[in-house]
Write a protein that binds this ligand. Structure first.
Ligand SMILES: C[S@@+](CC[C@H](N)C(=O)[O-])C[C@H]1O[C@@H](n2cnc3c(N)ncnc32)[C@H](O)[C@@H]1O
Length: 304
């Protein structure tokens, strides 16, 4: 348990939960900009607490890597904020964050009090996150339910046991945790969330590709594996030998081929889909993140 100064925080210094710290570094950097795309003051609290628990050399590498992913990811955060706001405007009041990490939308977006946000992530993520929030005196504007669970098994019951209501529409938020949802257990996860989705529920799937052998992805794997050369791999990443459809910290990093199979499959299992290109979504944000490939973007799915 952390004390009042944060000494003793259970900082995850390796394993996939480290990726959440990388995203917090990115959000803290965005928050500090005068031209910020969103405000996230709590990101700084996570970064400061995490840095205190990291060996300095590993921290420097994590910050450097976050810098390499910064542009695409921070714009991606803004796009998800927009989709959450749009869902609210259309009456959705139930949100499930798949691999919530150190996400702070329940605190920073002014979500209405009748909204429920379920945060699903591994126990080690919340062992770090909750004490930091408590010390910061953070109070959510809505109902927030924390669900320590592994997305590969058991999460569905944990969600239902914590008050999830399958009879009302839900927005499922995946921000780079799942990667290509047609891969092995992720397919089961999407089928399970489909079964829990009332008509009008929403889900978004990023369509982009990364070069898994690029230097930053090698470094990403090294950091999450604790430099042991193996392990650390859970959702949202694919190891050497091919391209994944997801970057570990989200955002498109390289041109990719459209994964039409995802869209076709979602339609088959009960969703209407609509594709929006990354360039169209990011135009007007004032950031230099344009992609050459028009197939990069998001498949927006609505349960029928
Ligand atoms: C790239 S981070 C994104 C975090 C968050 N969505 C954000 O944007 O800040 C991916 C998150 O997925 C979580 N994750 C990965 N595999 C998981 C699994 N099998 N079960 C639960 N959470 C998982 C990690 O712990 C991490 O917090």
């Amino acid at each position: 348990m952390a004390d009042a100064t944060g000494e003793g925080d259970a900082v995850p210094v390796d394993g996939i939960a480290v990726t959440a710290i990388g995203v917090a570094v990115i959000r803290a950097r965005e928050d500090a900009r005068p031209d910020r795309l969103y405000s996230d003051p709590l990101a700084r609290a996570f970064v400061d607490a995490a840095r205190a628990g990291f060996p300095p050399e590993r921290w420097a590498r994590l910050e450097a890597l976050a810098g390499q992913f910064y542009e695409g990811r921070t714009v991606g955060v803004r796009l998800v904020d927009h989709s959450v706001q749009d869902a609210l405007d259309h009456g959705i009041r139930q949100f499930v964050l798949l691999g919530a990490g150190l996400d702070t939308r329940a605190f920073r977006m002014g979500l209405p009090p009748d909204t429920v946000v379920f945060e699903l992530d591994l126990p080690e993520t919340f062992a770090f996150k909750e004490p930091v929030l408590e010390r910061a005196g953070a109070v959510p504007s809505c109902t927030r339910r924390v669900i320590p669970a592994d997305l590969r098994a058991g999460w569905r019951h944990a969600l239902l046991d914590n008050g999830f209501r399958p009879e009302i529409p839900t927005q499922w938020v995946d921000e780079g945790t799942l990667g290509n949802p047609t891969e092995d257990w992720k397919r089961r996860l999407v089928e399970d969330l489909t079964a829990l989705s009332a008509v009008g529920s929403r889900f978004g799937v990023g369509r982009f590709a990364v070069d898994a052998e690029s230097p930053q992805y090698r470094e990403y794997r090294n950091l999450t594996a604790g430099d042991k050369g193996a392990g650390g791999e859970r959702a949202g990443e694919k190891r050497a030998g091919g391209a994944s459809t997801s970057g570990p910290w989200g955002g498109p990093d390289a041109p990719g081929r459209p994964t039409d199979e995802v869209e076709l499959w979602l339609r088959d299992i009960g969703w209407d889909t609509r594709f929006r290109g990354w360039n169209a979504m990011t135009a007007g944000l004032g950031r230099d993140v344009a992609q050459d490939d028009p197939g990069v973007g998001t498949v927006f799915a609505t349960r029928r």
